[in-house]
Design a protein around this ligand. Structure first.
Ligand code: BES
Ligand code: ZN
Length: 456
């Protein structure tokens, strides 16, 4: 390990510069104007992998390319094999005016590297790549074979990787998957996440008159679609913060007393939390704590709401339609496809007679949960402790990584979620960043991980 730690120490600045290069690609999967940037980014990653000695390939898909980078040679196969998953696509950077430095012109300020994708997820999987580089460049034998699977559609719920897994099941056969795409409470609390929420997306559009109308001539005689949709949506959550769709909670596993106790131990300061978010007070389902709300309870969110005139000044109309983009977060054992079906049905039922309704079903991801007690989980915890110098915590987290449940279903393996995002990393928000100390320790953690996994 000495040679490896020396290599990491000597090359830390180089790693940051390379990450900066990676972050310059505006790889926004949601926006078609960035299609070429997606391909360029994938190709850069592959050629970077080649330069450190990995066998790499950019796989075309019906959507954005998938990149694989592997230490595996055709001739071997005696070592344990692990996958490292990550995504090179990023969320749209808008609103741009709220960024201190431009999202794709990475900048280091006070030990943080600011750029869209710095933490979610380029910086996090790049840390693993740099650990492997340290093994390869110091001619230290890697005790495991590793295959990096880096996709370009995570942030849009794309399906390309699911087909890829099914098609390449044999090559991807492995003992487990490692993912760094979650969070840790702070530098003193490195974390192993053992549960993620799922997600289900839909769009509702209700239609009234066949065009926007003069509200003085017609208003009062027909129902306003914006008001009708507002009323409908307001019925979805009751005053206790419970989702009102019949059957919605049927499959939710009750939180055990043990889990609730663990969740209560995770640092949470309500005053700081309110201040960080700029909210007057918190709101959540009655009978649960904010830590539980955010990690282990399902939600119903309106992500976007549109109707009528939004431009400058006033316009006296009755709009022709109103629409909403909706996503729900789901918890074990809810089934995302089933929930989507019952919610869509319920929404249709709530539509008033005065309106036509269209409900379009969107992407789904099932929630994930695994026991954090096995040998590999212990090896992961040990690696976190060595790199961060503090006892790791076990977390359930509220975000979703759709492919993780597919690893379980298709490859029949567990996923070890070793997140490197701090709460103030601004994932999906303006001024996203990665803490360079966390990046450095993340690389170290990964270097330990393969040794500890092989021994487990
Ligand atoms: N890295 C996040 C997921 C995450 C964030 C998990 C924080 C735990 C803590 C990931 O990139 C993400 O944003 N996923 C999307 C998936 C969705 C588009 C299907 C999400 O959760 O919104
Ligand atoms: Zn994300």
């Amino acid at each position: 390990m000495k040679q490896i730690s020396d290599y990491l120490e000597t090359n830390n600045q180089k790693f940051v510069e390379e990450l900066i290069e990676y972050l310059r690609f505006p790889s926004v999967s949601a926006q078609s104007k960035h299609k070429i940037d997606m391909t360029n980014c994938a190709q850069w990653l592959a050629s970077h992998g080649r330069s450190i000695g990995l066998k790499t390939k950019v796989h075309k898909t019906s959507g954005h390319p998938i990149v694989t980078l592997t230490t595996k040679q055709k001739t071997n196969g005696s070592k344990p094999h692990f996958l490292v998953y990550g995504h090179y696509d990023v969320q749209p950077p808008e609103p741009l005016e709220l960024w201190t430095s431009s999202p794709f012109a990475p900048e280091v300020r006070k030990g943080n590297l600011f750029a869209r994708g710095a933490s979610d997820n380029k910086g996090q999987h790049f840390a693993h790549l740099k650990a492997v580089e340290a093994y390869l460049k110091t001619n230290t034998e890697l005790p495991c074979d590793l295959t990096f699977l880096i996709e370009g559609e995570e942030e849009v719920g794309g399906e390309a990787l699911v087909s890829f897994l099914k098609k390449n099941k044999r090559e991807l056969k492995c003992e487990g998957v490692v993912v760094s795409d979650t969070g840790m409470p702070d530098l003193k609390h490195p974390a192993l996440t053992y549960a993620l929420r799922g997600v289900a997306a839909l769009e509702v559009r209700i239609e009234g008159p066949n065009r926007d109308l003069h509200s003085g001539i017609y208003g009062g005689a027909i129902e306003n679609p914006a008001i009708a949709l507002s009323k409908l949506l307001a019925k979805m959550i009751d005053k206790n913060g419970r989702i009102t769709v019949p059957g919605f909670y049927n499959d939710v596993i009750k939180l055990s007393a043990y889990e609730r106790k663990q969740m209560a131990r995770i640092p949470f300061n309500e005053r700081n939390f309110k201040k960080l978010l700029g909210v007057k007070s918190l709101f959540g389902e009655k009978g649960f704590t904010p830590n539980e709300h955010r990690a282990a309870r399902p939600t119903f969110e309106i992500n976007g709401l549109t109707s009528g005139y939004q431009g400058e000044g006033s316009k006296t109309i009755v709009p022709s339609y109103a629409s909403a983009k909706i996503t729900m977060r789901l918890v074990p054992n809810q089934n995302a496809a089933k929930i989507l079906r019952i919610v869509a049905q319920h929404i249709k039922k709530l539509c008033p007679e005065t309106m036509k309704i269209k409900v379009e079903l969107g992407h789904v991801a099932d929630p994930y949960i695994v026991s954090p007690k096995g040998g590999l989980a212990k090896a992961a915890l040990k690696s976190l402790k060595s790199a961060f110098g503090h006892e790791p915590v076990l977390l359930r987290e509220g975000g979703s990584i759709p492919i993780v449940e597919h690893f379980a279903q298709i490859l029949k393996v567990d996923t070890y979620l070793l997140g490197l995002a701090l709460p103030d990393d601004n994932l999906h928000s303006p001024n996203e960043k990665i803490d360079l100390e966390v990046f450095k320790r993340g690389i170290k953690m990964s270097a330990h991980l393969w040794k500890n996994f092989a021994e487990a």
